[in-house]
Design a protein. Structure first.
Length: 201
């Protein structure tokens, strides 16, 4: 299982709160996103360079609630907007680790992809392990996002079982700008912006 960072996810109680958090911190405007009917969520997007982007995602109050848990354990999310998850491209959805869940086929406009979603919505290592995504065809959100002037410098994963997490990730992780530290769970990303380096967490 080869893992390459595809995008980062900032969860928020409302989309407006999440967008305000990111735009205020990074000093740039987010681009439009869309809705995910199967999950009852919606998002806004921001390019982080040619191969990576950031999404702010929240439960869509106007959508029908799904009959299954939402991704990223969003049914249990509360508090201030924060970086909660990272999502990696995989070559194949076959033989994924059991904790990542079964692939779900999704579509938004001409974008089609598969994403592994655990039955309870909770990713391994309390969400510190990346979700797996595989895009169908060549269409990808980054192709249509405007250049924000922002790029991902480094992603840090802090976790109380960080060595176990690292042992599972390192053999498969293609992207090398991931660092690890021991402590209470937290994801943080160093992002180069037009106004300097910012830390998103």
């Amino acid at each position: 299982m080869r893992l390459k960072i595809d995008h980062l996810a900032v969860c928020a109680e409302t989309l407006a709160e999440g967008v305000d958090y990111v735009e205020t911190l990074l000093g740039v405007a987010m681009a439009p996103g869309g809705e995910h009917a199967k999950m009852g969520t919606h998002n806004r997007l921001l390019s982080l360079g040619p191969d990576c982007y950031l999404e702010v995602i929240a439960i869509n109050p106007d959508a029908m609630a799904p009959d299954h848990p939402r991704w990223f354990d969003m049914d249990n999310f509360s508090g201030e907007p924060r970086l909660t998850n990272w999502i990696c491209q995989v070559d194949s959805m076959d033989d994924l680790p059991a904790g990542l869940g079964q692939p779900m086929s999704l579509q938004r406009g001409d974008l089609r992809w598969q994403m592994a979603v655990p039955p309870d919505g909770k990713l391994p290592f309390h969400g510190a392990f990346p979700a797996a995504i595989k895009w169908a065809g060549s269409a990808h959100p980054n192709q249509r996002l405007p250049d924000s002037g922002c790029t991902l410098g480094q992603l840090n994963i802090r976790h109380p079982e960080v060595e176990d997490l690292r042992a599972e990730l390192e053999p498969n992780l293609i992207t090398k700008n991931v660092t690890y530290s021991n402590g209470d769970l937290m994801l943080s990303a160093v992002i180069a912006t037009p106004s300097g380096l910012k830390v998103l967490q």
